[in-house]
Design a protein around this ligand. Structure first.
Ligand code: NAP
Length: 474
């Protein structure tokens, strides 16, 4: 059995195991939790109370979470000593028990760790960050129809400029790198030849790999497969028109995965246009089909026109039998959008989107923008998922000015708990909490952040009373 330095092994409960990336959850799992810094002291007790009540009401004695307190952040320094923000005990416990939930953590200043959250994601290779954004009726929103937004953002968690491989302007290594690029690598490339990086620039590296992209997009497609109707839809969001070999490659690898590994379940947007044209226009020629799917087809070069006709021929011969006769309409639609346009689209046509699979930086921006539409940070949950571990956490930080005041909105961590229960397959308890939160908000029983936006004004509940209000609807 695993030995800890300062933790006592839980007396009751079972271990969650993993098989091919899927969690096998027993009825009495041990779940390590990190209380969190700042407002974590208020949020965690409220969250635990709501989750325990929902599980108990849904399953009686048949299921129970055995919580196991582990330490990170400021609290860890109190127990394990200065600068010990992420003790070995905590890492070992999460590794051993597989699934954990955490409150927000302060980003340490000094002490060698860039960000505890990023460190946890990297240690456990939690490569997909999953952030659902949906509207709870009654939540004040700057939008006219926030209820139209119901999306899940899949943000790649391990690559991109978030790897933190960068050099400060003026640093000798930075100057050396710029010199090497300007004098050696750039002149070698026909395309880059006339480009020159300023000697006074800082440099950041943006690595995007096929393996990293595809394992992440795979999780997004698997999620879409579990949905119904037009929610069976994955949009690859990228800035590939500018960054062809990183963001553009992410898009191409996504399509490649969809048509190779998920051929029986997926249809790409272009394939769907081709099949749609065939079905609508009985005996359409390949050339006419090409004119319909490719704007300006006639003005293209002969070789490009031939390529498009080949593509259509290939679709007809390979999938018209399996995907035709409208069968494709029940499959997961995979399309792509340029990152800047998706910011518009989730505001102007939110109902057209479902799962957004994107890279690290894009995902960070998009999930916050989407959260704002449906009520802000207090209602924005998240999960970091890998093949051998998962950590559930809120999107917001420690909000230090509200710490210890029993004031903050615990909704985001409670909803992260809902995601954890869904991950366990304990949907009855998850649905109960979702219902409780919806009813509390509809009845204007909310914390200060939502109360201040409501018209007419309502009195705010404390953090703990909001939790009690949710439970009162169970
Ligand atoms: P923050 O903690 O997210 O707080 C910024 C503001 O957002 C708060 O002052 C509050 O606005 C609102 N807010 C945050 N949590 C809320 C909640 N539960 N309910 C309602 N409103 C909420 O951002 P920060 O002040 O920039 O960061 C503080 C620390 O947290 C930093 O050390 C940062 O690195 C860290 N951080 C941690 C995580 C994480 O653990 N995942 C994520 C982000 C940041 P009002 O005061 O206007 O009501």
């Amino acid at each position: 059995m695993i030995k800890f330095e300062k933790l006592n092994f839980p007396e009751e409960g079972e271990i969650i195991s993993f098989n091919n990336g899927l969690a096998n959850v027993p009825n009495y799992p041990i779940v390590p939790f990190i209380r969190g810094d700042g407002t974590g002291v208020d949020i965690w007790p409220a969250t635990q109370k709501v989750i325990d009540a929902a599980v108990s009401i849904s399953y009686g004695e048949n299921k129970k979470i055995n919580w196991f307190k582990v330490y990170a952040g400021d609290e860890a320094c109190e127990v394990y000593g200065t600068y010990n923000y992420l003790p070995k005990d905590t890492i070992e416990a999460i590794k051993y028990f597989g699934v954990a939930i955490k409150g927000p953590l302060t980003t340490p200043i000094g002490g060698g760790i860039r960000s505890l959250n990023v460190a946890l994601r990297q240690i456990f290779d939690l490569y997909s960050c999953v952030r659902p954004c949906r509207y709870y009726s009654g939540t004040p929103s700057p939008h006219k129809k926030p209820e139209d937004l119901d999306i899940v953002v899949y943000r790649e968690n391990t690559e991109d400029i978030y790897m933190g491989i960068e050099w400060e302007a003026g640093d000798s290594n930075c100057i050396e790198l710029i010199k090497y690029l300007n004098e050696s690598l750039i002149p070698k490339s026909e395309k880059l030849k006339n480009k020159l990086i300023s000697e006074s620039a800082g440099i950041g590296i943006k690595p995007i790999s096929k393996k990293g992209s595809q394992r992440h997009i795979k999780k997004a497609i698997e999620h879409a497969k579990r949905l119904n109707g037009n929610k069976r839809h994955v949009t690859l969001v990228h800035k590939g028109n500018i960054m062809k070999y990183t963001e553009g490659a992410f898009r191409d690898w996504g399509y490649e995965l969809a048509v190779n590994e998920f051929r029986n379940d997926c249809i790409t947007e272009r394939e769907s246009w081709i099949l749609d044209n065939l079905e609508k226009n009985n005996e359409i020629s390949i050339e006419n089909n090409a004119k319909l799917i490719e704007p300006g087809f006639e003005k293209l070069t002969t070789s490009k026109r031939e390529k498009i006709c080949e593509e259509i021929q290939e679709v007809i011969s390979s999938i018209s039998k399996s995907h035709g006769s409208n069968r494709w309409k029940r499959m997961v639609l995979v399309d792509d959008r340029i990152a800047d346009s998706i910011f518009q689209q989730i505001q102007t046509r939110p109902q057209e989107y479902s799962i957004i699979a994107t890279l690290n930086l894009n995902g960070d921006y998009i999930s916050d923008a989407a959260a704002a539409i449906v009520g802000g940070l207090g209602m924005a949950p998240g999960a970091n998922i890998g093949d051998n571990a998962a950590i559930f956490e809120a999107t917001h930080g420690t909000a230090p000015k509200h710490a210890g005041l029993n004031k903050i909105n615990p909704g985001s961590v409670i909803l992260s708990g809902v995601m954890m229960l869904e991950y366990f397959g304990w949907n009855k308890a998850a649905d109960l909490i979702t219902m409780g939160i919806s009813k509390a908000i509809e009845d204007k029983k909310v914390t200060y952040d939502l109360a201040r936006l409501m018209e007419p004004k309502v009195n705010a509940l404390s953090c703990s009373d909001f939790a009690n209000a949710i439970i009162s609807y169970f």
